[in-house]
Design a protein around this ligand. Sequence first.
Ligand SMILES: Nc1ncnc2c1ncn2[C@@H]1O[C@H](COP(=O)(O)OP(=O)(O)OP(=O)(O)O)[C@@H](O)[C@H]1O
Length: 421
Amino acid sequence: MRSFGGDDTIFADMDRLNPNTQTYQPETLPEREAELNDLHSTLEPAAQGYDPINAFVYGPTGQGKTVGIGLKTTQLQQYADKHDKDVCVVHVRCKGMEKSYHVMTHLIKALREKQYGPGEELPSGHPKKTLFEMIISELEAIGGTVIVILDEIDAIGNDDYVLYELSRANPEDVRLSLIGITNDYRFRDNLNADVRSSLGEDEIEFAPYDANQLRNILARRAAGGLRDTSFSDPDNPFETLESDVLAEDAIPLASAYAAQDSGDAREAIKLMFRACRFADDAGEAAVTAEHVQEAHEYLERAAVERGIRSLPMQRALALLTVTQATITGTKAAETKDLHDIYEVFCNDVDADAISERRFRDKLNDLADSGILTKETRGRGQGLGKTNRYELDVKIQTVLDNLEPDSRLGEFVEETLRPRHK
Ligand SMILES: Nc1ncnc2c1ncn2[C@@H]1O[C@H](COP(=O)(O)OP(=O)(O)OP(=O)(O)O)[C@@H](O)[C@H]1O
């Protein structure tokens, strides 16, 4: 059995390579210099005691929006403290909050914690209007300039009450600034026009990182995270990286994968971290491109399995029809034949059957998520086209990942699994 705390590890500081930890936050973001300058300009009036500016920050996931705003607001707070200016920054993560109601309760908690320290309870049992009045009174109790950051605000969907009210609010002796962060471009477009124009005084976009930028990001994270790894030129971390425990082609491969997916730094770091853990667990002396390859396959598989586990009923049924066709030896089954199987399955599990056209949409969604592959073929002259679908995952993966105690899970256990030998 391996013992903990051995000194044969390739890691120097695991937190540096863990994209989810709050313990390590990068201190510089050279790839985001332009966006940080824009943020600086948004925050400058607040620093000078003038009316602060509202802003919308948007861009896909993992682009350094949260960490970038964190860096600039910390800098602003330090400046304000040093120069005796009344500035308070409140950050609310709205992920998972589906309603303005939840955002308001969390905002009240955060505003109270700014005044009384951690441990405040979430208010409960109040109507929306009362919650909003509570927000105003907490803002007035704090006074001065208050910058409220609502991170992943798109979580509230169409329920934009909190934004509507906050963007019109006029608390006494408070200069209020709202910064909304979102990775859903449609969210901003769908907002009430008044809210959109008030919140979007400044708009700052974080575009996806390219492979070159990801290489430098990974090189900087690897430099503190791995043993005997450092770079000599901060302007060219990847080019000047020297390491005894990292093969030259590992970072380029991880960056290429992440760039081709979505340019997401979180994904790139996650991939590199997994590759390093594979190498370390195997007791190997260096992380190589093979470890990155292995980590990529592992994470892809895990993502597909998560995707299957969270499929809604109709999409899961659509997936089961292709699984059934594969088990019985039909390769690349046509929509119509799959829909016939689907109707039988619906009957078996007591679900309402949807039309063939809507069923085809479900199959296409599965193909978009990488669970199926789709091929469009002509049926012959003048006969139009047909789609054929195949599993892009193993039969076993489908069978193992449908919730065992759900209606579909029981059906899988009784009907499909016995047929799959
Ligand atoms: N330029 C960078 N250098 C080093 N690390 C970075 C950089 N950009 C992002 N990261 C890291 O990537 C991860 C994701 O960053 P962050 O949470 O700021 O992204 P985001 O754009 O706010 O994403 P989301 O919309 O999903 O919240 C974090 O671990 C962060 O430290």
